[in-house]
Ligand binder design. Sequence first.
Ligand SMILES: Cc1ncc(COP(=O)(O)O)c(C=O)c1O
Length: 427
Amino acid sequence: MAEAATSPHTAAPRTAVGFAYDRDALHCDDVLIADIVREVGTPTYLYSAATIAIRLRTLTAALAGTPHALHYALKANSTLALVTMMRTLGARADANSVGEIEVALRAGFAPGEILFTGVGKARAELERAVTLGVYAINAESAGELERIDAIARAQDRRARVALRVNPDVDAETHPHISTGQRHNKFGVPLEDAPALVRAMHARAGLHVAGLHVHLGSQMMSLEPIMRAAAAIVGVARALKAEGVPLDHLDLGGGLGISYDGTPGPDPQAYAAILGAAARDTGLSLIVEPGRTIVGPAGALVARVVDVKPHQAGHFVVLDAGMTELLRPALYGAFHRIVPVTRRHAPAARCDIVGPVCESSDILGLARELPLPRVDDLLAILDAGAYGSAMASNYNRRPLPAEVLVQDGRWRTIRRRQTIDDMLAGEL
Ligand SMILES: Cc1ncc(COP(=O)(O)O)c(C=O)c1O
């Protein structure tokens, strides 16, 4: 790794990508994190632009043999500058609400580059999507198809619609982010899909764009996606044999990342499964990755505000918690937590917790690290996905600042929320 960049906002020779130590100081893309935090304060999300670019290009290259479109799932992280960056890197957009559609538009995406997914789309959201002419709406039920059809006919249009199929396959992930089993609220049962697609064709307000499946998020095994792909390919082939035309096969997102530093699933193998499925049907492929692109590119940097002993170790209390990063409290998710400046001292058992008035406000239990002191900085790694996007104002805590590190420089892409921002809509 090159000599540390010591001055924020200035270019430095860049040789390391992502979060790495140079001697005892943690850097992001070779920029000294302590320097950034001195100006921006804590808690702050830091993103490595180089990591995002590499991960997006790796997946795109792995899919190169298959006609495809990569729609970045905004739900993973919809901070405007990052969404804009996805566009400049050649991605399209996958939005889960009209709010995400508006962010995608402001990031410069054309309506025809935006997919609209989501299990409960309000009428006003459907109207906006139809009026804009988004690339496709992933429909979740027969009732939703009817509503889209009526809205489109009232505007004398045909809305492009894909049918979300629930293949009843266990994604082998946390139950809260598993979406493709019969008992989950998502999509229509596989066996109902052919009749629904035929009925869609008969509707004057709909253009049947394709079939959609999204099994779940943080999938570490590729076996479930293989089974889901086989199921949906079966439906697509049967429809083709009947002469029912489709444009694309949307196999969703969900590729997992490693949160503990061990190797994660291989994007090449993942792309090979998706590509084979698309080729089997002769349809073009759509993918909706989120976490795999931005997860490892982000870290949440927080300051130690208190250290106190307990029976079995120490509580290390940070100025960030479940309000900034909900995943550990929500799913029991594991994130590596490392010092921004390493201390050379014996390891102690640390229970790293947040400041929020909830006992579930835990970031990491039983971590072995040299006992931090008040005002030390810790970095919670792999926090780029479902981190800032899930942050809240609970306990009237302001949303954190966000910083993008790019080409040896850094800039604030979201300033820390103020109490005035927070109260702006209150009467
Ligand atoms: C329909 C849909 N597409 C794409 C994604 C993105 O998933 P991931 O971030 O795991 O790639 C999600 C998230 O669960 C989703 O619900």
